[in-house]
Design a protein around this ligand. Sequence first.
Ligand code: ADP
Ligand code: TRP
Length: 321
Amino acid sequence: MRVLSGIQPSGQLHLGNYFGSIKPNLEYVGKADESFFFIADLHALTSVRDPKELRQMRFETVLDYLACGFDPKKATIYAQSMIPEHTELMWILSCIAPMGLLERAVSYKEKVEKGIDATVGLFNYPVLMAADILLYDANIVPVGRDQKQHVEIARDLAQKFNHFYGGGTLVVPEPEVRPEVAVVPGTDGQKMSKSYGNIIPLFGSEQEIKKAIMGIVTDSLTANAPKNPDKCTVYQIHKLFLSEKESNKLADLYREGMAYGEAKKKLFETSMDVFEPMRKKRAELEKKKDYILKVLQEGAAKACSVAESTMERVRKAVGLR
Ligand code: ADP
Ligand code: TRP
């Protein structure tokens, strides 16, 4: 089984990214025969126009992954732009991708509504993502719920390709969404997202993290009143750190009337404890730019040999050889 996933280098890492993307990705590394993870820097061009910012964010994202426990000996990490076959396959797939299929992509509409320029690149975003996946014959693609539709588009395109050009040419991938952490709520209760300004950062300063957690919106029940943990954002976030047994115990404290201030303090302490080793590791890695570059280059070399062999198959299938 081969697992593949991509992460957009889009700024400060938050708990939603960690629990919804990085942690499940890392768990897959242990289970898969082979895993590929890449920084989707070409996708980032749909919204980032500052070259310095893109370079910096790309570096920071590799740091984030390595600090969170990603082991380059066990899996392959690279930047999408290091492998030109991504864009080549994107073009071939875009020639079989029906407009209607892409017009139904909700993420495009949502991004345009948020103010991102409605470019051809943004419209083609799912086709590039399909190329990212199909190029590596990936069987499983772990993603957050918001990306499930994109993986389904990749499935559609693989099936279309196989239909037009002969069966079995491209592997049809499966999305893998972890339901229990499908959407991590932000400090205001809606989906945690950088663009909503409601994040709890992983690698922010202690002060920053404390401020975010203490600012989580709750209802106005008095300190001793029994509380419903299922309706409380503090609990919904806290339970991501806990086993089922531990979260049941914590839920009881809410029902017994723990004050929200106390609940937030507990969440802050847990969050600092859990992420402390990663924070330390990140600070060390930040000083080792050469090492980071080497990890990316070695990853790209491995990725390239797989991408090149798939592309040869595709070129032959479509008649470019
Ligand atoms: P943001 O919404 O902050 O811009 P991204 O879109 O860059 O986050 O998300 C990067 C990855 O993290 C994606 O795989 C996405 O599915 C996952 N992710 C982001 N926010 C959440 C969330 N609140 N809950 C679960 N997963 C999330
Ligand atoms: N679009 C994904 C996101 O925003 C990132 C991504 C790009 C990706 N290519 C991919 C994820 C291929 C999985 C597989 O999170």
